[in-house]
Write a protein that binds this ligand. Sequence first.
Ligand code: PRX
Length: 652
Amino acid sequence: MTNDLSGGVDNLLTETRTFPPSAEFAAQANAQPELFDRAAADREGFWLEQARELLTWRTEPTQSLDWSDAPVARWFADGTLNACENAVDRHVAAGNGDRVAIHFEGEPGDRRDITYAELLEQVSRAAGALEANGVTKGDRVAIYLPMIPEAVVAMLACARIGAVHSVVFGGFSADALHSRIIDGDARVVITADGGWRRGKQLPLKRAVDEAIAKGGTAVDRVLVVRRTEQDVEWTEGRDVDWAEALAAAPATHEPVAVEAEHPLYILYTSGTTGKPKGIVHTTGGYLTQSQYTFRYVFDHKPGQDVYWCTADVGWVTGHSYVAYGPLADGATQVLYEGTPDAPHQGRWWEIVQRYGVTLLYTSPTAIRTCMKWGEQIPGEFDLSSLRLLGSVGEPINPEAWMWYRRVIGGERTPIVDTWWQTETGAILISPLPGITSTQPGSATKPLPGIEADVVDDAGNPVENGQGGYLVLSSPWPSMTRGIWGDRQRFVDTYWSRFPGKYFAGDGARKDDDGDIWLLGRVDDVMNVSGHRLSTTEIESSLVSHPSVAEAAVVGATDDTTGQAVVAFVILRQEAAEAADIVAELRAHVAKEIGPIAKPRDILVVADLPKTRSGKIMRRLLRDVAEGREAGDVTTLADSSVMDQISKGMAAG
Ligand code: PRX
């Protein structure tokens, strides 16, 4: 536990602005107050009701929660269904085949609208193509694609045949891809020649080739989408052209019914050790809660709303709120390939105007970036179609919240600040837009059917007005079923700190009304631009460089990205003279993990602050990285170390 839980508290104590829903919004909202009453009356019965009401089952479930193998939950376990059928087929069967599922906008400006009927044909052909390449139920398929419709098609095609997808963010390096392919034992990779990012081509296929060339994988098929049309190496017998494979497959395909507890996907996320965790989600509970939250938190009205989530499919937000939740609820959504400033800083707002986006879901980092660019930029576009705004991934500071509401939401839209994690699968704490009075910076209360609390060190609930650790007190349908291949790590990480409760790793505070304010991570996990990074993982990467003897990494507060990676390194004697070592180390981390993990600052130091037992005191390093006087140094083995580091920081 390294964070100071009082952080941010001053801010919240002075935050008194509240925004009740307008009568107009409240009257038309999907979620009405009785949703809370139903859930409170019989929580497990409520979830079973949601599962049956929202999803189309092959065999209707009669069981709700089975907690006999705790902490691995089973939900709706006697039901069978297919996730792709729920996301696509049933909308076509209901007569909505002509509805646009995806408005795709490529970064270079190319556009494509895909209706549900067209999506059905694509997922059917892709499922057939996977089968033709030997993929069957339970096999793992790695997906390494840019933000293009084929990413969603690839995920759904896996689900259609009961294969388990493992999406790896396109910004991760070949090394990171390699370790994820090995850990999940994927036989097939779906990638693209490249993707567009700020006018440059990401060399995705090359990274896949490199990853496989490192050896040790079982990959014998690589399906390649042509996106940028750049030249790529081709391995005959292994590489398969995606378009050709789809063209050769039948236009129709019968979805494979799977048990509710059949794994749907693995998604890797950073933990407190150097090894990423393969978070496992299964089918019935995950899909129920993705759709439930999509419908009630975003107040989605099928056939009327145009929804846009700016997250990449490489993160959990892109799984639950691009691929599964919205499509299960029959949404029309925008999918945009590129960055917000390509080719100009108004690109996002141009997209909102073009498609008449009504529901927008993005991250505080993106909002703060737009704030920096200036409100005149969104001011040039017509944003009057927007009727609800969402935020996710990191705590949103009140200033960004107020700006979002005023500049983007025209002072009228509710804001839903949604708290959840890769592990939780779907939103757990959030306002319901027609019910909850919001305050800038608070995710407010657990959703109906969710039981969360803030506890002290001993695991006792804190009083209102106090801070502590966020826990989930009872299981929920979309919770992870564990870490791929490592049950013990799952138990240790989430269930041992407070027995019987899920420990999220976040600090939180309850205000006088019992509303929850998230205060950031309390473990060695950083949150940079809403992306989770492990301090230990970056430290291991730094010490794997031949010039580095020791490294310590901290997340320092950053005005735009929330936190930024700051590294302190001790060089080996012989390397100490090397020019440009800092640039070299940044490039090394980018190669080992990916550009997102590159430290913002690297400080070469002679020593690191350690306790007498040898533990690095990151708290002190964070003080320095954030420009403060280092705190209490009395427990240091050598208290002069901090003076030297502070001087070095000031000089640098
Ligand atoms: O610290 C919390 C923060 O993001 C972490 C989860 O990261 P990840 O698994 O990558 O998922 C991000 C998208 C769901 C949490 O432990 N976090 C997420 N949403 C919020 C948040 N912190 C504060 N407020 C939020 N709304």
